[in-house]
Unconditional design. Structure first.
Length: 174
C-alpha cells in the first residue's frame, strides 16, 4: 500500500473508533478493535502519518496504561516495537495527584521510602513530553506548578526508581 493510502486508511480507522466512542460513551472496545488500533500505534509516523500519535493515545486509554514504543523506525523505516512497562515495587496506591481537574496547580502526595526517587512526567495528547518533575520520599506532599500549560487534557506518568507505577489523564481547566 502506498504511503498516502496507508495514512488515509489509518486516519479513517482511528476517526471511526474515536467517533464510535464519542457517540457511545459506554462502548467497550473488543480485542479486534484494540488490535486494529495497536497496529496503527506501532507504525512509524513516516509511514503511518501523524494519526499514529492519536492511535497511541487511544491505545493507552483502551489498556489503561501508557506503554513505550521504540521510535528507531523514524531512521530505519521499520515498524515500532512495543516494550510494555516495568512496574516498581511501589504501587499506584502510594501516589496520588489531586485535584484533577485543576488549574495547573496540583498536589503530588506520595508514601514511598525516604531514599526512593521518582519522576512525574506530563505528556500532551501526541505523547510528547511537556513537563517533568523529579521527587524523592523525603517529603510526602509536593505542590506542582504546571500553570504554564494551556487548558486541556494531558497524560501523566509516575515512575519510582525507574519503574512505572501510575499513568492517568490530567485535566487542566483555566
Amino acid at each position: 500500500m502506498a504511503a498516502s493510502n496507508q495514512i488515509q486508511a489509518n486516519e479513517k480507522l482511528v476517526n471511526y473508533y474515536y467517533l464510535l466512542q464519542q457517540n457511545n460513551p459506554g462502548y467497550q472496545y473488543t480485542a479486534g478493535d484494540s488490535s486494529a488500533i495497536y497496529s496503527i500505534a506501532s507504525q512509524c509516523q513516516n509511514e503511518g502519518g501523524s494519526i499514529v500519535w492519536q492511535a497511541r493515545m487511544m491505545y493507552f486509554d483502551i489498556i489503561g496504561e501508557r506503554v513505550s514504543f521504540d521510535d528507531y523506525c523514524l531512521e530505519m523505516g521499520k515498524s515500532l516495537v512495543h516494550h510494555g512497562n516495568s512496574i516498581s515495587t511501589a504501587s499506584s496506591n502510594n501516589v496520588k495527584l489531586y485535584p484533577n481537574p485543576n488549574n495547573g496547580n496540583f498536589i503530588l502526595e506520595k508514601s514511598i521510602g525516604e531514599h526512593q526517587n521518582g519522576v512525574l512526567t506530563i505528556f500532551d495528547i501526541t505523547g510528547k513530553i511537556i513537563s517533568s518533575h523529579s521527587f524523592n520520599g523525603a517529603v510526602s506532599h509536593e505542590t506542582i506548578d504546571a500553570t504554564q500549560l494551556d487548558a486541556g487534557v494531558y497524560f501523566y506518568e509516575i515512575k519510582i526508581d525507574g519503574g512505572k507505577i501510575k499513568t492517568d489523564k490530567l485535566v487542566i481547566i483555566k
